[in-house]
Design a protein around this ligand. Sequence first.
Ligand SMILES: [Zn+2]
Length: 303
Amino acid sequence: MTDTVEREVVAAVDLGGTRTKAALVDRDLGVVARVVEPTPADLAARIGETVASVVGRLVAAAPGMRLVGCGVVVPGLVDEETGIGVLSVNHGWRDLPIRSRVEEAVGVPVAVGHDVRAGLVAEARLGAAVGARDALFLPLGTGIAAALMVDGHVLSGGGWAGELGHVSVDPDGPPCPCGGTGCLEVIASAAAVGREYSSRTGELVDAQTVAERVLEGDPVAVAVWQRAVSALARAVHATLTLTGIDLVLVGGGLAQSGETLLAPLRAEVESLRTFQRPARIVTPALADWAGCLGAACLAWEAT
Ligand SMILES: [Zn+2]
């Protein structure tokens, strides 16, 4: 008879608007197994079964592991302390008791977090913000949400912190679905950049194509890009002034263009700077997996 020591792992699940990314993660944050699958459209009605099913697939893919916890991250307004999804426009829920539903279905302790705040936790543990005490994580995707770390603490504000996408950067700008006007999200998200170019040219393209056309010197692409960069620079400058943050991780679909975005953004943020502490503006290290790895960090913290 041989003694077998089971390796302890947590399941980490990032329930995105279209895709669910999940992994089994050990205590050193090593990924043991991972899966990506479409997020069901009726997630709100069966979040417990959905997470249990993906966790079941992960566990089956990695025999000999002992599941000791689970971390779930979602977009929108999330109260990490109560484990409640206060509001998600993407998933269409209000006040969804995520933690209790998932705990009931999975049978291990569950930690619930916000996808972007959890992403910053992961970047600080093993990505581009290792060693930083102050950092802004700014993924630019379909929407824009930010996470802020100040003096080593990721700010939650009861779930309300970080909504930089809904700070108005242009009082004469387009209306935002939130009810505001000229919000950063309707000017500088990846979706907004594609939409604006398409409305000016009549050609349906995504932000990645606009970025390519910027490099080719397409004047409409350059104008749309410049407008987005200026809006981002104003929002970033205000955030840095308010918080003293000196590291900015710009990620998401719009940042896939790399220096096409970051070089002009750095120049414009620097041109706005008067007395503020200079900030490094770089791409994150964990790409699409930051939220999932952040969910693992939350699960281990809670275990
Ligand atoms: Zn808004």
